[in-house]
Design a protein around this ligand. Structure first.
Ligand code: NAP
Length: 289
């Protein structure tokens, strides 16, 4: 890549940023499409607001935001996408004339990832495991894309109840049913999509999952684990062993980046190119399937 006076800069703000795969995705996209853009990681120790203001002054085209700043960064925005504002978390900043506008492409990326696997949400009953930041965003996604019913199961019932109350109020319907992780005998007797959004099973704790009881997996026809390190989580294994189809979260990571890239550059990334980059990501992670 030739870096000259016209090269634009995008980057990732977070702490830590050393293990990110985002530079691989964005720099490959820029190179393949032929855009003069470089993407670099920025470790921000504490003051994310000053960092974002500085980025704007430096003419930085766009930013991704990762842990722990997805909520704190919102105070630095001049505009915010409606769904991202409802979720209370942004992972993408897009440069405007006045400042940065915030978006949540984790969510639009997850929707694109699950759609690309042929998974439908509209009018479906869905089990959602977890009530942390990721699960909360997924709950909004499911409500926004017309899920029929969402059984939100979490270790701490109070957190599941809080998300359910908030989303049900925002969408003015009794969509989300909060439950504990052991309540599944109360689920309707049918197979459903199950989205795993807890942090249980993330490397290095690869031999764990949030519900170990095999009986639970009788309710699951399709499992989607947000975790992608490892690719074959215990959740994915248990879904498959009980006759279901299961996916890991690497495509969610791919498409959140693709959606951010499209927002920054006003281009459409062709599916063929996205999948080419996905192969690179799998290679980087040693995933063979
Ligand atoms: P978080 O806010 O820390 O929430 C953690 C969740 O896991 C909570 O529901 C928590 O339950 C549950 N949990 C933790 N330890 C548990 C245990 N021992 N037993 C039962 N439940 C337990 O984390 P997050 O930000 O939502 O992230 C969740 C996962 O999503 C992470 O693994 C992350 O890697 C993944 N993720 C993937 C992508 C992607 O691009 N693929 C994007 C975002 C996130 P309590 O409420 O009871 O504590």
């Amino acid at each position: 890549m030739i870096i000259d006076g016209k090269t634009k800069v995008c980057g990732l703000i977070g702490k830590p940023v050393e293990h990110t795969m985002s530079p691989l995705i964005h720099n490959t996209l820029a190179e393949k499409i032929g855009l003069p853009l470089v993407y670099v990681p920025f470790l921000v120790e504490e003051d994310v607001i000053t960092a974002v203001q500085g980025a704007w002054q430096l003419n930085v085209l766009g930013m991704n935001i990762t842990v722990p700043y997805k909520s704190d960064v919102m105070a630095a925005l001049t505009e915010c996408d409606e769904l991202a504002a409802k979720i209370g978390a942004v992972n993408t900043l897009v440069r405007t004339k006045q400042g940065y506008k915030g978006y949540n492409t984790d969510i639009s990326g997850l929707y694109r990832a699950i759609s690309s696997e042929g998974i439908r949400i509209e009018n479906q009953k869905v089990i959602l495991l977890g009530a942390g930041g990721a699960a909360r965003a997924v709950a909004y996604l499911l409500a926004s894309y017309g899920a029929g019913k969402v059984f939100l199961m979490n270790r701490s019932l109070d957190k599941a109840e809080k998300i359910a109350a908030e989303v049900n109020q925002a969408f003015e319907k009794e969509l989300i049913v909060p439950m504990t992780l052991t309540d599944y005998s109360g689920l309707p007797r049918e197979k459903m999509l199950c989205i795993q959004a807890t942090s249980v099973g993330l490397a290095p704790d690869v031999d764990k999952t949030v519900i170990e009881d095999r009986e639970f997996y009788q309710w699951v026809h399709t499992g989607y684990d947000l975790i992608y390190r490892p690719a074959k989580t215990r959740f994915v294994q248990l879904v498959e062993e009980n006759g279901g189809v299961a996916f890991h979260g690497l495509k969610m990571l791919l498409y959140q980046a693709v959606e951010a890239f499209e927002l920054w550059n006003g281009v459409k990334v062709e599916e063929e190119l996205a999948l080419e980059i996905y192969e690179k990501m799998k290679g980087e992670m040693g995933i063979e399937e």
